[in-house]
Design a protein around this ligand. Structure first.
Ligand code: ZN
Ligand code: ZN
Length: 73
């Protein structure tokens, strides 16, 4: 089995990062069940899918300004 890191992110998603492919995978290229050898909890990072947009498109700016009063920081 291949060794993986299981990373829990702020958004609640999990990422599996392969540490090492086993000999079986290298030979057959068929994925085997992940063998998680290390767990991480990133409480300050979202996954790539949940990353807030870095740059707002102009079309969104007016909407955000209109809703500004509903945000509490
Ligand atoms: Zn494997
Ligand atoms: Zn996410």
């Amino acid at each position: 089995m291949c060794d993986y890191i299981e990373r829990k992110l702020k958004c609640g998603h999990y990422k599996h990062i392969v540490l090492a492919w086993c000999a079986n995978y290298r030979r057959t290229e068929i994925k085997c069940p992940p063998n998680v050898v290390h767990w991480e909890h990133w409480s300050d990072r979202n996954c790539g899918d949940c990353q807030p947009p870095i740059k707002l498109a102009p079309a969104w700016e007016s909407m955000i300004n209109r809703n500004k009063t509903s945000f509490s920081l």
